[in-house]
Ligand binder design. Structure first.
Ligand code: BT5
Length: 248
């Protein structure tokens, strides 16, 4: 897959989308954009994403061959792919905080932002990944929603970002092709074995638009919903955000 390296951009997700629109419809193939620095990196709900030099700021543009609703679990596919990579190449033990974060040792090392855009000429899925790499997370702002870490903090070594981006583009391309063919099934076991807060009590905000739910994390189903045990009944939550965690 083609990987385009830039010195800086506002957001690699936004840049990937702009470039996608510039291609004639018959020339739209998957590609990835990587920037050394993002000046306006974004997380979910348009939250600012700190993107200093030394991080991996990466977005993959993927032509959607199926309705956008079939790509709901794409952040989990991307998360599982990145987590496997961190396990194999860096000997880390990453966990997925449903639905879009990767944690190592209880700290956030990466965030994922997927955006689907449907246009008449052909729809695109943008899979954005931000991974803290060649700096200590101590350089990041003090008001993060969750404590952060970086590859450098975890391994004490510098990472070759170009190689990492190329490897990730390849494995993510393979993963998305498999996901289109087989759905989430090939990842469900891995996701459940690597799920942060499993068997712990959490609060889930914005749970399918139904406000805040408190319950115990039981796993993820084959559609990527979070399984939360609330008052003795399992709820399948499609959208939401895990906020507070208590072990009681
Ligand atoms: C995310 O959002 O975790 C998704 C982040 C996706 C970033 C990538 S970078 C490449 C591509 N281009 C973009 O513009 N975005 C994608 P969310 O779950 O909403 O988390 C956002 C929150 O994480 C912020 O409000 C901060 O508290 C915190 N945060 C910001 N920068 C961080 C960093 N570098 N490391 C850890 N936490 C950070």
């Amino acid at each position: 897959m083609k990987v385009i390296f830039l010195e800086d951009t506002d957001s690699t997700n936004a840049e990937a989308l702009r470039r996608w629109h510039h291609f004639p419809p018959d020339a739209r193939h998957p590609f990835a954009i990587v920037a050394d620095i993002q000046t306006a990196g974004r997380g979910r709900e348009n939250r600012p994403w700190e993107s200093p030099r030394g991080g991996l700021w990466f977005s993959l543009a993927w032509p959607m061959t199926q309705p956008a609703s079939d790509y709901q679990a794409a952040p989990l596919v991307a998360g599982a792919t990145l987590a496997r990579h961190l396990e194999r190449e860096f000997d880390l033990h990453p966990l997925l905080k449903w639905p879009n974060d990767i944690h190592v040792g209880g700290r956030k090392i990466a965030g994922i932002l997927c955006q689907a855009e449907t246009v008449k000429e052909g729809s695109v899925l943008i899979v954005g990944i931000g991974l803290n790499c060649n700096y200590s997370a101590a350089v990041l702002g003090k008001n993060l929603r969750h404590p952060a870490t970086s590859l450098y903090d975890e391994t004490g070594k510098a990472t070759d970002l170009k190689r990492l981006a190329e490897d990730l583009a390849k494995s993510l391309g393979e993963a998305l092709a498999l996901y289109e063919h087989d759905g989430l099934a090939p990842w469900v076991r891995h996701l459940n074995e690597h799920l942060a807060y499993r068997d712990e009590r959490i609060t889930c905000e914005g749970a399918d638009g139904a406000g805040t739910l408190e319950g115990r994390v039981e796993g993820v189903d084959k559609e990527g919903c979070l399984l939360l045990l609330v008052n003795g009944r399992i709820k399948h939550i499609r959208q939401g955000e895990i906020t507070t965690i208590s072990n009681v």
